[in-house]
Design a protein around this ligand. Sequence first.
Ligand code: CP
Ligand code: NVA
Length: 330
Amino acid sequence: MNLKGRHFLTLKDFSAEEIMYLVDLAAELKRKKKEGIPVDVLRGKNIALIFEKTSTRTRCSFEVAAHDLGMGTTYLNPQASQIGKKESIADTARVLGSMFEGIEYRGFGQEIVEELAKYAGVPIWNGLTNEYHPTQMLADLLTIREVFGEHKGLKLCYMGDARYNTGNSLMILCSKMGMHFAVGAPEKYFPNDELVAQCREWAKESGGSVSLCTDPKEAAKDADVVYTDVWVSMGEPDEIWAERIEDLTPYRVTSELMTCAKDKAIFLHCLPAFHDLGTETGRIIHEKFDLDEMEVTDEVFKSSQSEVFREAENRMHTIKAVMAATLGAF
Ligand code: CP
Ligand code: NVA
């Protein structure tokens, strides 16, 4: 398998074998990290990290993974760079591509990472756009494989806004990898028809399936993995909280909902999660709407079924694999 020079913009561009290769490489890099075996094979290289939206896991994963691989990092936030305001994406790509061996971008439209990829001349890694969150998917698959030993044939149920980055990407992942993807959401939160049709084609080949249900219990029935994400994503206006709360509260992941899934089912969430009043946003919502928890209850979040922190750690190992493979280290 040779992924040298490839961009990592969306899993749509990767075959099941390539995805598995990256997850296997991540597992190997994770083992080496735990055993203290150095992997600084990319010494002397440098990468740029562009974040137009906030981040804890993705930024830290890129930074730690880069340092473990021996690379230097430069972090650019929207206030500290000219990107998009005083310099076009194409010009930025040409400039950064002349100084760095790879560039991570987190921000808004998918067309921005595509534009960077067109002009940079070095691998571009999508650290989250409105449409896709591909590095998250590798961490999720690694987590599922660690817990179940195998991913093929498992059912993953996604509750909530399934038309955004995480929902779209999970549907692509499952349909390519032979998993059964079930959305539990009101119809207006279903992924777009074109993507659903494309994923159903992939699922036909892989032995997976895609189902869209408005009944949360039906979606969660016999699931191996129950997954949710925030109801309002970064970049969306605060005004939509009221509508989202009304629409998505029936799809909250509760202990009762978890009983519809298999006994050994796990709970996953890309994080950050609103499961208590430990956040500023959580407290504002509490004041306004009298809610203590949102997309997942505190009980499920802290239950033995919850694998969210293993999932978060796996972000680092999988991002390391993406950089190592696309920069030609392995
Ligand atoms: N899951 C995820 O992407 O987390 P951050 O927003 O903290 O990077
Ligand atoms: N859908 C969320 C994912 C965060 C990792 C967002 O875009 O804010």
